[in-house]
Write a protein that binds this ligand. Structure first.
Ligand SMILES: Nc1ncnc2c1ncn2[C@@H]1O[C@H](COP(=O)(O)OP(=O)(O)O)[C@@H](O)[C@H]1O
Ligand SMILES: CC(=O)N[C@@H](CCC(=O)OP(=O)(O)O)C(=O)O
Length: 284
């Protein structure tokens, strides 16, 4: 037979044990950063997730949209600032965060799935009390309406999954008085993955994975080594919440957390369904 047909058949056969392993399992995908700004890539990611769903995996999406919030703040002439990676969120900023994340990014993603003939439902952590928060005051600082997750109520998400929908969750939570809070989407993804006892959590970012000091990709990190990589400065900036959250999720029973490059077409499929993968896996 023609080699090129054999090659295609082999790719499908290589995927078989993974499809079997993940069949009926929940996989949480944090979709944000660079992967969210390029329309072509966005369409390709949606196809990958549609394929996952059609082979029996139950995907749950938590999205970011920090760059879209910045753009909207620029448009209305409002300054934006981050304190240790968290957006300073005063009342007006919170209105914009809610509008951009829960109203814009969330519904745009739902439309993309609808275009692929898939049933997706866009919700935020406010719906069904999914994300209950309290005011986050890191080191005693008041950074406005930034939420610290107190509890995740997975009931509504589980119901949507049971009814065959792909839940798409915006990282906005609610406190006991009903006020909305802005939450870092990485934290939300980790808490949701733990609460749902997901098999996997995948972070799609704008870098190959976790890099060592020589800027080479680290293929696997055991949770016992995470703190050392932070302490010696190998990991900093936006990678810190991902890696800390990854460690916590694994401790809470998520089998593996993967950090993959959202700029590479089909990185999701390659990571899940091939022997070699593409990014960094964090595991026990
Ligand atoms: N060791 C590391 N390996 C990879 N990225 C790192 C590392 N240390 C810091 N980073 C930074 O973390 C960034 C990813 O975090 P972030 O920008 O918050 O992603 P996203 O917006 O996709 O959630 C990378 O682009 C990189 O600048
Ligand atoms: C408190 C806080 O910082 N919230 C984030 C929420 C969005 C987010 O996390 O988006 P990315 O994943 O695309 O960075 C923010 O306002 O930017």
């Amino acid at each position: 037979m023609d080699d090129k047909y054999m090659e295609k058949a082999n790719i499908l056969i290589e995927a078989l044990p993974y499809i079997k392993e993940f069949y009926g399992e929940i996989v949480v995908i944090k979709y944000g950063g660079a992967a969210l700004v390029d329309k072509e890539m966005e369409a390709s990611v949606i196809k990958d997730i549609a394929l996952m769903k059609l082979v029996g995996i139950m995907p749950v999406i938590v999205h970011g949209g920090g760059k879209d919030i910045n753009k909207m703040l620029d448009r209305v002439g409002k300054e934006h600032k981050f304190i240790n990676g968290l957006r300073y969120t005063d009342n007006d900023t919170m209105d914009i965060v809610q509008m951009v994340l829960a109203g814009g990014v969330n519904k745009d993603l739902v439309s993309l799935f609808t275009n692929q003939g898939m049933n997706a439902i866009g919700i935020s952590g406010q719906d069904g009390h999914i994300l209950e928060v309290e005011k986050h005051t890191p080191g005693g600082d008041d950074i406005g309406y930034v939420g610290k997750i107190k509890s995740v109520n997975p009931m509504l998400i589980a119901k949507l999954i049971d009814d065959d929908f792909i839940p798409i969750i915006a990282p906005v939570g609610v406190d006991e008085t009903g006020h909305s809070y802005n939450i870092n989407a990485d934290f939300v993804a980790c808490h949701v993955a733990s609460a749902l006892s997901a098999k996997k959590l995948l972070f799609m970012s704008d870098i190959e994975g976790v890099l060592n000091k020589d800027k080479n990709l680290i293929r696997q990190i055991n949770i016992g080594d995470v703190q050392g990589l932070i302490d010696d400065g190998t990991i900093d900036g936006g990678m810190i919440p991902k890696i800390k959250g990854a460690k916590e999720s694994v401790e809470n029973g998520v089998e593996g957390v993967h950090i993959i490059d959202g700029r590479v077409e089909h990185s999701l499929l390659i990571e899940l369904f091939t022997n070699y993968g593409i990014g960094t896996m964090i595991k026990e």
